[in-house]
Write a protein that binds this ligand. Structure first.
Ligand code: HEM
Length: 473
């Protein structure tokens, strides 16, 4: 019998014997060998982050140390410790500076990128607009946008570009919520600009510094950033030209009005918040709906059950604040989709500003922490038959399904920096999913292989998703 050595992770006693810690024996959990700089670990991560982290968890356990010069990084895939980090130790953490620098190129200094007091006051100003009651008020807007979008879908298509169609729809929804306007002609340009900036951001995460954007080969990124900023600016200027009494009740008006009651939001802050809400508010919901559509198409029984519920509850009507809570099974299909395909599979890495006690490890100030949400979501210890699509596991009365530990399921993060838009996202996705099932049957195109998830800021299919659709009579 192999006795656990003092090197081994106390949370994963079965670590292999070669799992020697790289740093101080008292300080660092086990992890892969580093070589001279550890940069080969970085290269492995940049090629396939989810796959590489899964292999390291298998080899070294739930808490893995990576020495990537000049950093010490600790990957925490133990649900209780991940939660402890995000909730109990939140005030000992800031977000990884490099990640924030990359995000700031697009988001400026918004609630997503701010820290400390600046973050607290932004979050405080924004929260009321994103509480469940406030979000309910957006349902008619979502219904109108979805009705118009689905009316443009064909009656039948064996290879319908559903990813592009759903992205357009969620973009339209968020533009109506923020600016009370449709995206119209801008849609294709914006979609392309977002793809270019996301790809650029994804590549830059793995470099210690970015080359300046005026470099000739960054022309596309420069142009795309300009396109997105111009889009926000155009809507903002249009609003400012209107008399105040004519301002519609939307998120931009709420942001502008919050400047009146002493919240120190500059006009640049308003622009930055609009950009974050625009991007975070539609890319994530689009990606989740795309994965949901795949799960429905590849699990026809689940699709049938969800549709039967929609028909029984809605009886052909549009979803509303009153009927949405009755769509319990449909919500379970969305939750199960978020388990299998969490669109933010790795929360933004955190940096410790002081020593952090995590289980039996005391990890010094400046340690970087990474939380692989996707690994916890597919861990057979917390979710039986984890690769299977089984919405019933989220039923409150599911027989014989043990409750996973808190922290094992965190598609929206946890702690004070939990997703600001989680209620809006669930509300919007439920409305759109219900309306889609009312109108169309989804199936996998003949001969199509299961999509490979890749991380491109959000988790997306490697190739744009196409599905077969058939209008229901
Ligand atoms: C399926 C949809 C969504 C998912 C899975 C999702 C996921 C997440 C996650 C995991 C975080 C925390 C990141 C971290 O801790 O590092 C986050 C933060 C955030 N999300 Fe979402 N999100 C979704 C939709 C939305 C929507 C619709 C909005 C806004 C309209 C939004 C706005 C934000 C903002 C502003 C933050 C930063 C909050 C802060 O730092 O205080 N998200 N989201």
């Amino acid at each position: 019998m192999t006795m656990p050595s003092e090197h081994q992770c106390p949370f994963h006693r079965s670590s292999p014997p070669d799992a020697a810690p790289v740093g101080s024996r008292q300080t660092w959990p086990p992890g892969p060998r580093t070589g001279l700089t550890g940069w080969r670990l970085l290269i492995a991560m940049s090629r396939d982050l989810p796959g590489t982290l899964a292999a390291w968890q298998k080899a070294y356990g739930d808490i893995v140390h990576l020495r990537i010069w000049p950093e010490h990084e600790v990957v925490v895939a133990d649900p209780q410790l991940a939660r402890e980090l995000l909730v109990t130790h939140h005030d000992a953490l800031i977000r990884w500076e490099r990640g924030i620098r990359v995000f700031s190129q697009v988001h400026g200094h918004s609630v997503l990128t701010a820290e400390g007091e600046a973050w607290r006051s932004r979050r405080h100003a924004l929260v009321p607009g994103f509480l469940p009651k406030a979000v309910e008020g957006f349902s008619p807007t979502i219904v109108t946008a979805a009705t118009q979008a689905f009316a443009r879908w064909p009656g039948e298509d064996a290879n319908w570009p559903i990813e592009s169609a759903l992205t357009m729809l969620t973009m339209d929804v968020i533009l109506q919520m923020v600016f009370s306007s449709h995206i119209g002609e801008d849609v294709r340009v914006a979609e392309q600009a977002i793809r270019v900036t996301s790809a650029a951001a994804n590549a830059e995460f793995y470099w210690p510094a970015s080359m300046p954007d005026w470099m000739p080969w960054k022309r596309n990124k420069r142009k795309s950033l300009r396109t997105l900023k111009d889009l926000i600016e155009r809507h903002l200027q249009h609003r400012l030209k209107l008399a105040r009494e004519a301002w519609p009740d939307d998120l931009l008006t709420r942001l502008l009005q919050s400047r009146d009651d002493g919240t120190a939001l500059s006009m640049q802050n308003v622009r930055d918040e609009c950009m974050t809400i625009f991007l975070a508010g539609h890319e994530t919901t689009a990606a989740t709906l795309v994965w949901w559509a795949w799960c429905m198409a590849s699990n026809p029984d689940a699709q049938r059950s969800a549709r039967e519920e929609v028909q029984r509850v809605l009886q052909g009507r549009a979803p509303s604040a009153e009927t949405l809570p009755q769509l319990a099974y449909l919500v379970q299909t969305l939750k199960e989709t978020l388990r299998l395909y969490p669109v933010a599979p790795l929360l933004i890495s955190r940096r410790a500003t002081r020593a952090v006690q995590l289980g039996e490890w005391t990890l010094p100030a400046r340690t970087l922490f990474m939380i692989p949400v996707h690994l916890m979501h597919r861990d057979p210890r917390w979710f039986a038959d984890p690769e299977a699509f089984r919405p019933e596991r989220f039923a409150s009365d599911a027989p014989g399904v043990p409750e996973p530990p808190r922290g094992a399921y965190i598609p929206f993060g946890a702690g004070p920096r939990v997703c600001l838009g989680q209620h809006l996202a669930m509300n919007e996705m439920t409305v759109i999913a219900a309306m889609l099932l009312q109108r169309f049957t989804l199936s996998v195109p003949a001969g199509a292989a299961p999509p490979r998830p890749v991380l491109n800021v959000t988790l997306r299919p490697e190739l744009p998703m196409h599905l077969a659709i058939m209008q229901r009579r």
